[in-house]
Design a protein around this ligand. Sequence first.
Ligand code: ADP
Length: 191
Amino acid sequence: MLNVVLFGPPGSGKGTQSAKLIEKYGLVHLSTGDILRAELAAQTELGKEAKRYMDKGELVPDHVVIGMIGRKLDENGKVNGFIFDGFPRTTSQAEALDTLLAGKNTSITLMVALDVPHEELVKRLLNRGKESGRADDQNVEVIENRIRVYHRETAPVIQYYEARNKFYPINGVGSIDEIFSRLCEVIDRHK
Ligand code: ADP
């Protein structure tokens, strides 16, 4: 299996690149942000709990997202592999993911991390807020908090994969196709 963690701060282009990667490599896309937004739209208990965190730009508790990913892995038995987008976002989530995958006799192949400067992230997120109407993309305070939370809680996940020789940084500035080729080049070397 080819199991890719697509990593990067909010607004770094993970969603856009995931769509292209799943098509090229035939992978299943697991985005915790998308799953949480679907729960929110369906007004489930999980969605209602998650909304309290998402509205402030805080992380939803680990046990909630780990449970969600566990269920999605079980639902997708025989597949070529997965793209994890927006997960793991903490070191505990990274450890839990390794355990879940080991239970299925597989593991993470590599992590590709999109590098994008701060000002560019804020610009992209505000733009997306205008186009999509996503509440957490429309407020500069919430955006800045998400980027702060990223540096504090999520960036350490890089060390987790670096220690396992699975971390590959990618320049996330350029055209969508340029960035896509950079990702494919690294993935093709390791698959
Ligand atoms: P972005 O990467 O643009 O911030 P996402 O769609 O990945 O957007 O996530 C939106 C929100 O959902 C996050 O700000 C957070 O509140 C919540 N969330 C998504 N994934 C996770 C996760 N793995 N752990 C905790 N919270 C998460």
